[in-house]
Design a protein around this ligand. Structure first.
Ligand SMILES: Nc1nc2c(ncn2[C@@H]2O[C@H](COP(=O)(O)OP(=O)(O)OP(=O)(O)O)[C@@H](O)[C@H]2O)c(=O)[nH]1
Ligand SMILES: [Mg+2]
Length: 320
């Protein structure tokens, strides 16, 4: 029978190093992990060409099943694209906001959750968690037990912390089990992997490979809001892109606090522009959120249009 890697779920094989699941011949009889997982865990690099599962493949599989589904997502990746994926998941499900240890205390997460529910018209429950700081992990398990869940898919964009959550549950309730591979690289988990913790079988899954800003990990720190008052035709530079505002407006940027930004009056070639309403969030996949109080025309330079989406702000309006 084929044996699989405990870390990524690939079938272990010694035929080709170019294919996932590779283990050198002399080690395969005793191996629990493939070479790729070994390298990812110990050296943080990837060796083989990954097999990527499309969003459709993952959705087709899970929507065929009646199992409960948890969709885990980082706060800064909540936007129209990712919420459309969440909405296309059928059956009973939970939206779980991960890594809340990275959200600055000045952000009122309960209010934000309420607004997310309203703006994206989400009828399922929304909870939040930090697997690293062990916040909300225990109570999540209790929540599932009360609901009498026996099988549960863990779904979400790549890097959202799916495998980290399951590892934390193992650490708390079944520390002898072999840990899943976690890494800050995209597409770490390659197959569906079943792990039983207490009476619940969790199914880890390959992440949805969403186009994102691809921010260098050295910048990933606490997400802090910073407010700027922008004058008519002033430009803000954030990391390596620019946004110009046609009206006076205050903006609040929710961004990893190691990133640099500054205001200028600058003549630039802008790639595209858009008209926006008052109090909207400009969401940049994998990067951050910019809350703009006064609408009007904004022009953007050096930022891929596919990474941007607009929504009514989750951070409250003028009336609050
Ligand atoms: N600060 C913080 N980092 C986290 C938390 N959970 C996960 N991470 C980090 O996020 C990165 C991705 O974690 P994984 O568990 O591998 O993510 P995944 O969703 O399984 O990713 P794929 O397998 O690629 O789909 C790792 O660097 C983790 O250390 C958390 O609660 N807080
Ligand atoms: Mg994973």
């Amino acid at each position: 029978m084929n044996r699989v890697c405990f870390g990524c779920g690939s079938i272990l094989q010694s035929d080709s190093e170019m294919i996932t699941g590779y283990v050198p011949k002399e080690k395969i009889d005793n191996a629990n992990y493939c070479k790729r997982c070994f390298r990812l865990t110990h050296y943080g690099d990837k060796t083989s060409n990954d097999f990527e599962k499309s969003t459709k493949t993952i959705l087709d599989k899970v929507n065929f099943s009646n199992n409960y589904k948890i969709f885990i997502i980082d706060f800064i990746n909540i936007n129209n694209n990712t919420m459309n994926i969440f909405k296309s998941i059928k059956g009973n499900k939970l939206l779980l906001i991960s890594k809340i240890d990275l959200i600055d205390k000045s952000i009122n997460i309960n209010n934000v959750v309420k607004r997310i529910k309203e703006i994206y018209r989400i009828s399922s429950d929304i909870r939040y968690i930090s697997s690293v700081k062990d916040y909300g992990v225990n109570s999540l398990l209790k929540y599932l037990e009360i609901k009498n869940i026996k099988k549960c898919y863990i779904l979400g964009p790549t890097n959202s912390g799916k495998s980290t959550l399951i590892n934390k549950l193992m650490e708390l309730y079944n520390p002898k089990l072999n840990k899943l591979t976690i890494s800050n690289k995209r597409n770490t988990t390659l197959e569906f992997i079943k792990i039983k913790i207490k009476d619940i079988t969790f199914i880890d899954s390959p992440g949805f490979l969403i186009n994102d800003y691809n921010l260098d990990n050295k910048y990933k720190s606490i997400i802090k809001p910073i407010t700027f008052n922008m004058k008519e035709n002033e430009v803000i530079k954030i990391n390596d892109f620019y946004i110009k505002f046609s009206n006076n407006t205050s903006i609040t940027i929710y961004l990893f606090d190691k990133l640099e930004m500054g205001k200028y009056y600058k003549e630039l070639e802008f790639n595209y522009d858009m008209e926006i309403d008052d109090n909207i969030d400009l969401c940049i996949n994998g990067f951050g959120i910019i809350n703009i109080k006064h609408g009007g025309n904004i022009r953007i330079n050096n930022l891929d249009k596919d990474l941007i989406s607009i929504r009514r702000s989750v951070f409250g309006g003028y009336d609050e």
